[in-house]
Design a protein around this ligand. Structure first.
Ligand code: SF4
Length: 61
């Protein structure tokens, strides 16, 4: 799993739009905080990186 969350790029003031694009439920969010990736569920599809306009979700590969 190579998706990383960059909390400093996330305004952390809204529901993360990337959550609904994740096909496996690997992304979760506590309140309006930065999302968290469950490495055990992530299939590295890249859908979340495209969904985040702030670039807070990055594929490190
Ligand atoms: S890369 Fe795909 S499976 Fe992994 S967290 Fe992002 S949307 Fe979900």
């Amino acid at each position: 799993m190579a998706i990383t969350v960059v909390p400093s790029r996330c305004p952390q003031n809204h529901r993360c739009p990337a959550l609904r694009y994740c096909p496996t439920g690997a992304l979760t969010q506590d309140g309006h905080g930065a999302p968290v990736v469950d490495a055990g569920k992530c299939i590295d599809c890249g859908a979340c990186t495209a969904a985040c306009a702030m670039g807070a979700l990055r594929d490190a590969t």
